[in-house]
Design a protein around this ligand. Structure first.
Ligand code: ATP
Length: 439
């Protein structure tokens, strides 16, 4: 039996969820494309985050900042100077590794088994490119390695235009780029990925409480969306691991099959480091004036930061199962199931005519047309009904609606539930309401 990650990667490819980018050219290591079902899943994850972090709150507003920002941003943030990983090179095979990835004393090359390495050298993780029509004399710019700086440089404008009072947050979802030395483990570590970050600005002195608050909120977001609590844990960064801007960082870790525990989300107390640094470099005043206490200060910042792709991986791993299911003939067969939370499922309802019979097709099309304005639906008429149920199960579709010959007389359809596999006969007239209660 292939291991869990192989099964999941193969399902993702087979069903068009996620597959290697530019595959006809042999792919590009660390770049992945989301296919028709993957793009739905990804949108659902982002929507769930936006809903929890922005829509349902009155103290967080959204932002969509540019990916290519002024290079001065990265000077001020410290990324040009310290956004580096110490790298060592094997003296025998010349492969490079992250120094902190090499285990054991003496350290052993995972590629050739040799034991001698060069001294660690720093390698900047930012992608550099040129802006302007000619490379000569063009300005060097960078693809952002995190979305967070957009919230810091726009802090004053957003605060004033949205007329928010501290404490309040600015949230953003968008692409980030890191020239990772060792990308891999499917979509766990990519060079182009997407982040969901929120910078929550608070009065100094209240930062520690707010930090604890956001750790709990973010943990709850994952469990509310179906991640098993025993696959999650909190891990405190120790002093020598803390980022240059952080006073305290707590990671939400997930039990990934390939690393045992790995970072899913980081929740950092970034203090007033970023606002002060941008104020120094730009000369613009980035203080906040509290109209009630008439105090002026640099807010502290609590930052929950999570990767969209890494979150998807955790949701899919937790939802994936292979079980024995009863067949119509009284036996059992293996069914692969993606028991995703209904909010995350790429397709909510599949409409399945019992056959391609010309009397059934218009009735099934009518049901499809009835449901598609409310939910992402699939119309599938290929193969036996059993086969079609299995196909929907393995991509996590919560409900299948079957249109059969009785439908033509009784104007009712059969709804099958993904998890319990129970079936219910429901009048077409009350179908939307029935599904709305369950979705
Ligand atoms: P790691 O230690 O795994 O390199 P990090 O501590 O550098 O991660 P942060 O800078 O805290 O990561 O970024 C916030 C989140 O963005 C991470 O928790 C992760 O979910 C996501 N993330 C970071 N780097 C990548 C990557 N290369 N590919 C996919 N997601 C990533």
């Amino acid at each position: 039996m292939p291991d869990l990650m192989e099964q999941i990667t193969s399902l993702a490819k087979r069903r068009g969820l996620v597959f290697p980018s530019s595959e006809i050219y042999g792919g590009l290591r660390s770049s992945w494309d989301y296919g028709p079902l993957g793009v739905e899943l990804k949108r659902n994850v982002k929507d769930a985050w936006w809903r929890a972090m922005v829509q349902l709150r009155d103290d967080v507003v959204g932002l969509d900042a540019a990916i290519i920002m002024s290079p001065k941003v990265w000077e001020a943030s410290g990324h040009l100077e310290v956004f580096t990983d110490p790298l060592v090179e094997c003296r025998n095979c010349h492969q490079r590794f992250r120094a902190d990835d090499l285990q054991g004393e003496p350290k052993t090359c995972p590629n050739c088994g040799n034991h001698t390495f060069t001294d660690a050298r720093n390698f900047n993780l930012m992608f550099r490119t040129h802006m302007g029509p000619v490379e000569d004399g063009a300005e060097d710019v960078y693809l952002r390695p995190e979305t967070a700086q957009g919230m810091f440089v726009d802090f004053a404008t957003v605060q004033q235009t949205s007329r928010r009072k501290v404490p309040f947050g600015i949230a953003q979802i968008g692409k980030a780029f890191r020239n990772e030395i060792t990308p891999g483990n499917f979509i766990f570590r990519m060079r182009e990925f997407e982040q969901m970050e929120m910078e929550f600005f608070v009065k100094p002195g209240t930062d520690e409480q707010w930090h604890d608050y956001w750790i709990q909120e973010r943990l709850r977001w994952f469990t509310d969306l179906g991640v098993r609590p025993d696959n999650l844990r909190l891990r405190e960064h120790d002093a020598d691991e803390l980022s240059h801007y952080s006073k305290r960082t707590v990671d939400i870790e997930y039990r990934f099959p390939f690393t045992d525990w790995g970072e899913l989300e980081g929740i950092a107390n970034r203090t007033d480091y970023d606002l002060k640094a941008h104020e120094r470099h730009s000369g613009e005043d980035l203080t906040y004036f509290d109209p009630e206490t008439e105090e002026r200060y640099h807010p502290f910042v609590i930052e929950p930061a999570v990767g969209v792709d890494r979150a998807i991986l955790a949701f899919v791993i937790d939802a994936y199962r292979v079980e024995e299911a009863p067949t119509a003939k009284g036996g059992t067969e293996k069914r692969t199931l993606l028991a995703l939370h209904k909010d995350l499922a790429p397709i909510k309802v599949a409409v399945l005519p019992l056959s391609r019979n010309e009397r059934l097709v218009p009735a099934a099309r009518e049901v499809f047309d009835l449901l598609k304005p409310s939910w992402m639906c699939d119309y599938d008429d290929a193969g036996s009904i059993g086969r079609r149920y299995r196909r929907q199960d393995e991509v996590g579709t919560p409900f299948c609606v079957t249109v059969d010959f009785d439908t033509l007389d009784d104007r009712a359809v059969t709804i099958r539930d993904r998890d319990s596999m129970t079936q219910e006969r429901i009048p077409v007239a009350s179908l939307v309401e029935h599904l709305r209660e369950r979705l």
